[in-house]
Design a binder for this molecule. Structure first.
Ligand code: HEC
Ligand code: HEC
Length: 164
């Protein structure tokens, strides 16, 4: 009985895995998790300003990790205000101030958050550049070895800000 059931179950989850239903962790061992990241206009995220990686990490909050283990997670604000700035873009470069190679470009969602579960190799360090909705730029001059932006920003270091 069990021997017959198991393959049927596997097929059932295979079918689910191939449809548009996002990976919910239950079939983690069978499928690579699908790409989950912020998009312009999305409002699914939450906890703006908090360090996403206290929860969205392996061994963090179980439910959070099921939704996504982030390699990058942060929040972007409008300079001089406490308002988030949707429509901004985060890029990571191998060199300071937008030099070297661009490793990733990510949209900031309607909650001001930017996140992805894409595997990013930080190597010897990557340099963030944030561009506001009208093209104004803000660059971090030192490099980062991980993408937990709000582990520093809004937490001892000022918020990430860019001009509207
Ligand atoms: C205190 C723990 C915690 C922190 C901090 C946290 N999250 Fe979450 N997150 C969760 C949990 C738990 C869930 C799953 C339940 C839910 O959707 O609320 C979740 C779900 C999500 C989802 C999926 C929601 C959906 O409906 O599909 C996104 C996207 C997300 N978090 C983004 C973020 C971002 C970005 C940050 C940082 C700015 C962050 N989270 C910070 C706990 C957290
Ligand atoms: C280890 C702590 C740390 C982490 C992690 C970190 N930052 Fe920073 N960030 C700083 C410090 C300190 C400064 C000011 C000095 C500088 O520019 O190097 C800064 C400055 C900045 C600036 C320029 C000032 C501003 O707010 O406009 C931007 C933009 C920025 N960071 C974006 C990011 C983004 C995006 C991430 C995540 C991908 C990130 N940072 C991760 C510490 C950090």
């Amino acid at each position: 009985m069990f021997k017959v059931f198991l393959p049927i179950f596997a097929l059932f989850f295979l079918a689910i895995g191939c449809s548009h239903v996002p990976d919910k962790g239950i079939n983690n061992t069978w499928f690579a998790p699908e790409l989950t990241q912020s998009e312009f206009g999305d409002d699914e995220s939450h906890n703006a300003g908090k360090n996403c990686m206290t929860c969205h990490v392996k061994g963090g909050d179980r439910e959070a990790a099921k939704e996504g283990v982030w390699s990058i997670g942060g929040t972007v604000y409008q300079t001089g205000t406490t308002k988030v700035l949707p429509g901004s873009t985060l890029e990571l470069f191998t060199g300071p101030n937008g030099t070297g190679n661009k490793v990733i470009s990510l949209p900031v969602d309607d909650k001001g958050n930017v996140y992805t579960n894409k595997n990013i190799s930080f190597g010897t360090g990557l340099f963030p550049v944030v561009t506001g909705p009208t093209g104004k730029k803000a660059a971090m001059m030192t490099s980062i070895g991980n993408g937990a932006c709000n582990s520093c920003h809004n937490n001892g270091t000022p918020k990430i800000t860019v001009e509207k």
